[in-house]
Design a protein around this ligand. Structure first.
Ligand SMILES: Cc1ncc(COP(=O)(O)O)c(C=O)c1O
Length: 359
């Protein structure tokens, strides 16, 4: 792939953030973006890096009416010895490919996805923050363009990548969060698009999320669409429960996102000697575990939040604490190990980390 690069003039570059510890999440964007288009009959063409700027898009574009949109999220990390690292980026590329197929979009070949990210991140490396826990978040996005109403797949697509330097996802940082167990609204149903990373799933989650936040909770814990009985996932994370030395996470039923952090934590936990189970887990089993003490820890997993300890669950008007609202030892160990691998401090026996350049 031959990427055309139109660099922003030095004097027009944005000022860098001054304090990386105050970045928050997703508010500041870098100078450049990567774009590539798909046209029927031509395939994927015109890979470009240009100034980060607004798009001109037809008001009849398919994405604006029928939500043909998918995205990904991954991070570039600065190691202490100045390497630029990505964590399992091919998994994001593959997931985006599957999301595209599910939403009937032209899938982007995995190698274009990876090449676009590597080139853009290297060009924007001054934006990779170095403070502990910070990184450069990468947001690849694919939208259906075309300009004709009527429910149909687009015949033209835009793929783009934008970058944002980020700190902690939750304002709490690596501290336990409180979850609201949602037993009215649902996020996705088996047979639907819950296992694709498409914007519509997030739109469907906003109302419940906003209500939970109004009541002081960080995020919603979703239950299954049919019976409101089995645990699914959290707003932007998969969920794990620790019973003694066994980690339990809901199986990939079709309605939850197959998280890359989830898959990595399952492998890492086995490597560290814990037992793991992927199965249906009822909210009753979880609540019972908090009461009789067999549920010792719980945590969410996701690229943005990494591993986020869960300190309490609010279900049907009652609050249930987990591990006295403290970070548990298994959660802490998995977090340290995973973050250590991602930032290149720990040995990576799995070959997960890809060095794509130097600072
Ligand atoms: C709904 C949902 N579940 C789970 C995850 C975790 O996925 P990953 O670990 O690949 O970031 C995310 C974040 O991308 C998400 O949005």
């Amino acid at each position: 792939m031959q990427i055309t690069i139109e660099k922003v003039k030095d004097e027009e570059l944005k000022p860098l953030f001054t304090d990386a510890t105050q970045l928050g999440f997703g508010k500041l964007f870098t100078d450049h973006m990567f774009t590539m288009v798909y046209r029927k009959g031509q395939g994927w063409v015109e890979p470009k890096i240009t100034k980060y700027k607004p798009f001109q898009i037809d008001p009849a574009a398919v994405v604006l009416h029928y939500s043909q949109e998918i995205f990904e999220g991954l991070k570039a990390y600065a190691s202490e010895d100045s390497r630029i690292l990505l964590f399992r980026p091919e998994k994001n590329a593959e997931r985006m490919y599957h999301s595209a197929e599910r939403i009937c979009m032209a899938p982007l070949p995995v190698e274009y996805f990876l090449e676009g990210i590597k080139t853009l991140v290297n060009l924007e490396k001054r934006w990779i923050p170095k403070a502990p826990g910070t990184s450069l978040y990468i947001r690849p996005t694919l939208v259906g363009l075309g300009a004709a109403l009527g429910v149909h797949p687009a015949d033209e697509y835009l793929f783009y990548i934008i970058l944002t330097p980020v700190g902690a996802y939750f304002k709490e940082g690596f501290k336990p969060i409180s979850l609201y167990v949602e037993d009215v609204y649902i996020r996705a149903a088996v047979g639907g698009v819950g296992n694709a990373k498409t914007g519509g799933n997030y739109a469907a989650s906003l109302l419940a999320g906003a209500k939970a936040q109004e009541k002081g909770f960080s995020q919603v814990l979703w239950l299954d669409a049919k019976e409101r009985k089995y645990v699914e996932e959290v707003g932007a994370m998969n969920i794990f429960f620790v019973f003694g030395d066994t980690l339990v996470t809901p199986n990939l039923s079709g309605s939850i996102l197959p998280g890359i952090t989830r898959a990595s934590v399952l492998e890492l936990a086995q490597y560290l000697g814990y037992r793991t189970e992927e199965r249906m887990i009822s909210i009753d089993e979880v609540i019972e575990g908090t009461k009789n003490g067999t549920l010792t820890e719980a945590f969410g997993t996701g690229t943005a939040a990494v591993i986020s300890p869960v300190g309490s669950l609010f279900y049907k008007g009652q609050n249930y604490e987990i591990n006295n609202f403290q970070v548990g030892p298994i959660t802490q160990r998995l977090y340290d190990k995973l973050v250590g691998i991602q930032y290149g401090r720990e040995e990576d026996p799995f070959g997960w980390v890809h060095e794509i350049g130097r600072l």
